[in-house]
Ligand binder design. Structure first.
Ligand SMILES: [Mn+2]
Length: 351
């Protein structure tokens, strides 16, 4: 059975588990441990407590999003061996506690990146926006990093050192380092009954001169072929991949869905404003460029049995909080997605 889940950022999240529990269609939670140093082992007991607190609210812990991959692994430094061992142990611990899916990414230095975290919409709501020209006008080496939205804990010097190290890493090298990582961790995941699911790079192109590789069909082909295992899968984020306006999302869902490699789907909508610029919109098809009906239909027709979560929402009704992760618009989003799912499924008479 497919599961409709909601992301929760732990006890500091202004959106509580009680709030989430009251959204009628939610089966489970997507969460993580937020007090572990990048590269350290995620301990069994902490994973267990996280699971227990969620289960107390009659929800299940369905996905870990994400265990960060240490930069030394992406850079291919000798110290990667230790960090890969630690990562493997974290996966074993997930398996032991019974958490079935691990969403992760392999983006150098920066996670998802936007240039505007509160772009005003005509109706007074705000959305996350990305303007490629604005991004290109930012010189990371000069500016302080209080720029919003970038999940980074680096000081100015640390960032400059990292950027220098990455100046020697092109896409090909990053791929080699990624495959080296996969060859070691995927067998551990398989043994532990954990399905790894890589998130699409967001946005799916190079930023700040850093290489990005999980960005198109060619990359997903290379990924699934690099280690032939069900535990080497995809978090199919239609907002991230759809930022590339030339990608046919339903076709790719069918392609990798048929291979049983999509374990997790992030569903949201975006509006393109230029070749490399976009902003996020409300979830329904008519507000953006993603056809949510065709996307959902492709998941249903390929017998998707993984986890769906509504991805970023707008800020509406005066809500404040973590950009993209307010309660209200994501709750509207999941209800819409659930309605699409039920309608399509019954219409198709798929059991
Ligand atoms: Mn996503």
């Amino acid at each position: 059975m497919v599961k409709f889940c909601f992301r929760w950022f732990g006890n500091d999240d202004p959106v509580s588990l009680q709030n989430i529990r009251q959204i009628p269609v939610v089966d489970g939670i997507v969460s993580a441990l937020y007090d572990i140093e990048v590269g350290d082992i995620w301990p069994n007991n902490k994973l267990k407590s996280l699971k227990e607190v969620i289960e107390k609210h009659e929800l299940e812990l369905s996905v870990i999003e994400s265990i960060p991959v240490h930069e030394d692994i992406k850079l291919g430094k000798p110290s990667r061996e230790k960090y890969i061992d630690n990562y493997s142990q974290s996966i074993r611990n997930m398996g032991r506690v019974g958490i079935p899916i691990l969403c992760y990414n392999f983006m150098p230095v920066f996670d998802w990146t936007r240039t505007n975290l509160a772009m005003e919409n005509p109706d007074g709501s705000t959305s996350l926006g990305y303007d490629h020209n604005a991004l290109q006008n930012i010189d990371l080496r000069k500016e302080s990093l209080d720029l919003p939205g970038w999940a980074t804990a680096y000081s100015h010097d640390e960032l400059n050192n990292l950027l220098n190290e990455y100046s020697k890493v092109d896409e090909n090298t990053l791929w080699n380092n990624f495959e080296y990582f996969l060859q070691q961790v995927v067998p551990v995941a398989e043994e532990s009954k954990v399905k790894m699911a890589i998130h699409i790079d967001d946005p799916p192109w190079s930023i700040f001169g850093l290489p990005r590789i999980i960005k198109d069909e060619e990359a997903l082909d290379r990924l699934v072929n690099s280690v032939d295992s069900i535990s080497n899968g995809i978090s199919f984020c239609v907002g991230s991949l759809g930022a590339n306006r030339h990608i046919d999302l339903p076709r790719l869902i069918r392609k990798y869905g048929k291979k049983g490699r999509i374990h997790f789907a992030h569903l949201r909508n975006i509006k393109h404003t230029a070749e490399f610029s976009f902003h996020e919109t409300a979830h329904p098809s008519k507000f953006g460029d993603n056809d949510m009906y065709e996307i959902t239909k492709a998941l249903i027709e390929t017998n998707f049995k993984g986890v769906i979560r509504p991805d970023h929402g707008r800020m509406i009704w005066g809500e404040t909080g973590r950009p993209g992760y307010g309660l209200y618009d994501r709750a509207l989003g999941i209800m819409y997605l659930y309605g699409l799912w039920e309608g399509i499924k019954k219409g198709l008479k798929v059991s």
